[in-house]
Design a binder for this molecule. Structure first.
Ligand SMILES: NC(=O)CC(=O)C(=O)O
Length: 298
């Protein structure tokens, strides 16, 4: 299992996500290059893109923008023969800059399973290898009268697996946006030894101010882990108005960095001593009463 070492994370709050997929990918490439340069400071070890970074966000767009990834857990993946343009571009970017990359999420089509569609995050190591994918488990189906109705399940299916992966600096759990509302996912990841949960996400102008920061602080404090969420920039000409405010929170629930709502790259330095001192000082990780309630993570 990966040990926690100091590392730097960059969240790319990507703007200009329009209807031209090639343009979206080109812009993401440029922003990865910019993020990898470190913004005048140390280069990051891990770069994160937002949810649905290559397509407009909305269930009517997913069938048109979906790409076939065909990843099989535990089997080597041949990026060169991938049918996914996004995978090829992200893999090349991770390799060129020698960084770990969580490639936000993209609409994915699984040709092996009746062409089902998913909202899928892909993860690359510094050699450009695709080492994990996460399919959004909890679909964003909500209805707040007069404010927002959104039904991802109109075109998407929910993923059926939880995702964790090891880097050379931490074990990381991965979710996508609405997944953050389900504490079980982060709890299970933490009990499996994850030091951080990362969620590419895209809250909106109704739920963002209510819950975006609160949920990340809750997941961080519940589990004494680092939590980061990376949003697209706000674009009031798009169908969906993202909240922005990409954020990294430490295991005490303190905000390490928070962006505004325009396009921006923010960096946070992850300090293992905060992880250790939080767990030493408030030792809930060793005070659980599995004699009173079941250990759901086993
Ligand atoms: N976009 C999402 O998946 C979730 C969201 O906006 C919310 O939970 O609020």
């Amino acid at each position: 299992m990966a040990a926690l070492r100091p590392f730097r994370i960059a969240l790319i709050q990507l703007g200009h996500i329009g209807h031209d997929k090639s343009q979206n990918l080109k812009h993401a490439q440029e922003m990865i290059k910019k993020a990898a340069s470190g913004g005048g400071s140390k280069p990051p070890n891990l770069i994160v893109l937002p949810e649905c970074f290559n397509s407009p966000y909305g269930h009517k767009y997913f069938p048109e923008y979906a790409e076939s990834v065909q990843f099989k857990q535990g089997e080597p993946y041949d990026v060169q023969s991938s049918k996914s343009e996004s995978v090829k571009i992200l893999s090349a970017a991770a390799k060129e800059h020698g960084i770990w990359l969580i490639g936000g999420s993209i609409p994915e089509r699984d040709d092996r399973d009746d062409g089902k569609l998913y909202n899928t995050a892909t993860v690359y190591n510094p050699n450009g290898e695709l080492i994990a994918i996460h399919r959004k488990v909890h679909l964003f189906d909500i209805e707040i009268p007069g404010k927002i109705t959104f039904k991802e399940s109109t075109t998407l299916s929910g993923g059926t697996h939880l995702t964790t992966f090891d880097t050379d600096f931490a074990r990381i759990g991965l979710g996508i946006c609405y997944d953050v509302r389900f504490p079980e996912m982060a709890m299970i990841a933490a009990r499996k030894g994850c030091h951080a949960m990362i969620y590419p996400g895209a809250f909106n102008l109704t739920t963002g101010p209510l819950h975006w920061k609160l949920l990340q602080q809750a997941r961080a404090v519940d589990n004494q882990i680092f939590v980061g969420m990376c949003s697209p920039a706000r674009d009031l000409t798009a169908d969906y108005h993202a909240w922005g405010h990409s954020l990294v929170v430490d295991p005490l629930g303190e905000v390490l960095v928070e962006s505004g709502h325009d396009e921006e790259i923010v960096y946070a330095d992850i300090d293992p001593s905060v992880f250790e001192s939080t767990r030493r000082g408030i030792p809930v990780t060793t005070q659980r009463r599995f004699d009173v309630y079941p250990n759901v993570a086993v």
